[in-house]
Ligand binder design. Structure first.
Ligand code: ADP
Ligand code: MG
Length: 629
């Protein structure tokens, strides 16, 4: 049959270029990757065979076989798993569609330390080209008669041909080793690599007898599912390698949970919290990646009900004794047994996080930086766990660089303070400089600085913590009057001076409001400003400023129309303007000033100016006047 020549997807070519040219010291990981794929292929067939027993009839015992051909300089990794047909080969070995490799490609866009990235992520199947200048894959999909041969030298193209004789079910990956990689033609070396990286694989990995007729194949791994073994017999390294295999992540896990539940329902779990953000953490599907096994048989990595989306950073397996082996994926939906496991696992994971938060706060802070935004989704999605999650939550605040918990915050509240104050925005630095915080800073009141989009959703749902409501400093009254300052250092003005300013201020506010008309909802004197002249706030019942801006990015609404312009009565500019209100001939100048005040507040808020040229003109006029032009 004729040969088909196809090009790799552009990203694959780029990746292969890096892989082939890297003098990567850990070249041996190619074997881990190929064995990992072989094991996945067996798991998938084992599951398929539950409903279609015919698929494994010819050969029911799964095995992964390594064989060496020293003369030809080749190494073959073979499995009798699910196999691939022509389309599978083109799709799976010609593009980057898959988990581990996609993470690598993503990271490549951002960093240039490419070599260390290979170690961090692994490049899956393509790592074969670290050691081989020619790779040949012969595969036959279970249940199909036709086999297929895929070959490539890893330089931009690959070929696919129909195989002449039907090969055995499954996949053989034959590597023609590069001159500098012939050291892998050594049985002892392979034995060592398998022990190091692949001992946890639950399928026997055999080393075929080297050229000897009737020679006994040698088993290289213990081939027991790692989660079924006693903890005391598993080394950290073995756990880590299992995590790499099951989680397609190549970092060191931040946390490991290995547990066995006995009683009403029986299940074992081996779960990991990664230390590095998976590349698809914020994928809209929000799927978790924990694999479900029943009595050691892989069932699915897509059992939605097994874990809530807010724990989707977890990797690992749950293996239960209490479901039938022939369970279909449909039967898994709304399954009461799964619901029970889910509940118990959530409790266990949150309990473990709590321990970490208490015992190792710094370490916990690094977890929170990585996954806090995801965990916070649980605050509005899982009301059962809301209290537990609120205790786990950490925030940046005006009280320092570190993260604070809500209990710390409550402990630092000022006399007369009734609420937990917060401000939301896109970026920590600019948020910390918000004018709305000035009055709070002056009174020593701590404000939480929230920068995750999810904050806009859980805050309204949660409402309060231990009886104290959450309150945005950019909305409603500041309530600062009721809070006692650390030391009251305001110098009281004389009565008549006060009254005079108050009258002038009222007139100014009325004038500004009249001038700005529909551009603002109201103009008010502010309690929350001490240094800035103006700021924008939202009315009590209106959407918070930041949320509205988020929404506005999708629908075009005019933000400032709903805003209240707050004016600092103590600011020199405002005082001077208040004095001018009564003076004859000041009208034009005051009108310009009113517009400038609003534009200034918009700039501080990061809102685009609706009329930038008007702003520039007014500002130039004013400065020119000031300079005596
Ligand atoms: N031995 C194999 N048997 C069946 N399919 C395989 C085998 N090796 C690789 N594949 C397919 O190729 C895909 C890509 O493999 P790989 O690059 O290792 O990425 P990953 O394992 O992270 O999905 C796999 O997801 C699988 O569909
Ligand atoms: Mg793989």
């Amino acid at each position: 049959m004729s040969e088909e020549k196809l090009s790799f997807q552009a990203e694959v070519s780029r990746l292969l270029d890096i892989v082939a040219n890297s003098l990567y010291s850990n070249r041996e990981i190619f074997l881990r990757e190929l064995i990992s794929n072989a094991s996945d292929a067996c798991d998938r067939l084992r599951y398929a065979a539950i409903t279609q027993p015919g698929l494994t009839a010819e050969d029911a015992d799964f095995v992964i076989t390594l064989s060496l051909d020293k003369k030809a300089g080749s190494l073959c990794v073979a499995d009798n798993g699910i196999g691939m047909n022509r389309d599978d080969l083109v799709e799976n070995l010609g593009t980057i569609a898959r988990s581990g490799t996609a993470a690598f490609a993503e990271a490549l866009e951002q960093k240039n330390d490419q070599i260390s990235l290979i170690g961090q992520f692994g490049v899956g199947f393509y790592s074969a080209f670290m050691v081989a200048d020619q790779v040949e894959v012969l595969s036959r999909r279970a249940g199909e008669p036709q086999g297929w041969r895929w070959t490539s030298d890893g330089k931009g193209e690959f070929t696919v041909t129909a195989a002449e004789d039907a090969p055995p079910r499954g996949t053989q990956v034959r590597l023609h080793l590069r001159k500098d990689s012939r050291d892998f033609l050594d049985g002892a070396r392979l034995r060592e690599i398998v022990k190091t990286y692949s001992d946890h694989i639950a399928i026997p990995i055999m080393l075929a007898a080297d050229g000897k007729a009737n020679g006994e194949a040698e088993r290289l791994n213990s081939a027991a599912a790692i989660w079924t073994r006693p903890k005391s017999e598993i080394t950290d390294e073995q756990y880590k390698e299992f995590y790499h295999h099951v989680g397609h992540g190549f970092d060191d896990p931040w946390l490991r949970l290995h547990f066995k539940a006995e009683g009403v329902i029986e299940y074992t779990g081996l779960l990991f919290v990664p230390s590095v953000k998976p590349f698809d953490l914020f994928d809209p599907a929000r799927k978790h990646r924990v694999k479900l096994y029943v009595k050691r048989v892989f069932i699915t990595d897509d059992c939605e009900d097994l874990l809530p989306p807010y724990l989707r950073f977890l990797r690992g397996v749950i293996d239960t004794e209490d479901l039938p082996l022939n369970i279909s994926r449909e039967m898994l939906q709304h399954n009461p047994m799964i619901a029970k496991i889910r509940k118990a696992v959530i409790k266990r994971v949150l309990g473990e996080l709590k321990k970490k938060a208490e015992k190792a706060p710094d370490d916990y802070a690094s977890f929170w930086d990585t996954f806090g935004a995801v965990l916070k989704e649980g605050l509005y999605e899982d009301s059962d766990q809301r209290e537990a999650l609120l205790k786990l939550a950490r925030f940046h605040s005006t009280s320092g660089d570190g993260l604070v918990g809500l209990a710390d915050y409550l402990g630092r509240m000022k006399e007369g303070q009734e609420a937990i104050f917060y401000i939301t925005g896109d970026e920590l630095d600019s948020l910390a400089k918000s004018p709305q915080l000035e009055g709070f800073a002056a009174k020593g009141v701590e404000v939480l600085l929230l920068t995750d989009p999810v904050d806009e959703f859980w805050l309204p749902a949660v409402g309060a913590f231990e009886g104290k409501p959450f309150k945005s400093v950019t909305r409603g009254g500041a309530e600062l009057g009721k809070i006692k300052a650390a030391e009251d250092e305001q110098t009281p003005a004389t009565d008549s001076e006060d009254q005079e300013t108050a009258a002038g201020l009222d007139a100014l506010l009325a004038f500004v409001k009249l001038t700005l008309k529909d551009e603002v909802k109201d103009v008010r004197s502010s309690e929350r400003l001490t240094e800035s002249a103006v700021c924008l706030v939202a009315d009590e019942g209106d959407l918070d400023i930041h949320l509205e801006r988020l929404l506005q990015q999708h629908r075009q609404l005019d933000v400032t129309a709903h805003r209240i312009l707050e004016v600092n009565p103590k600011h020199a500019l405002i005082r001077r303007l208040a004095e001018r209100v009564g003076e004859t001939g000041a009208g034009e100048e005051l009108e310009a000033a009113a517009h400038l005040l609003l534009d200034q507040a918009r700039i501080l808020e990061g809102v685009p100016l609706p009329d930038p040229s008007g702003f520039a003109r007014r500002l130039s006029d004013l400065v020119a006047k000031g300079l005596g032009a």
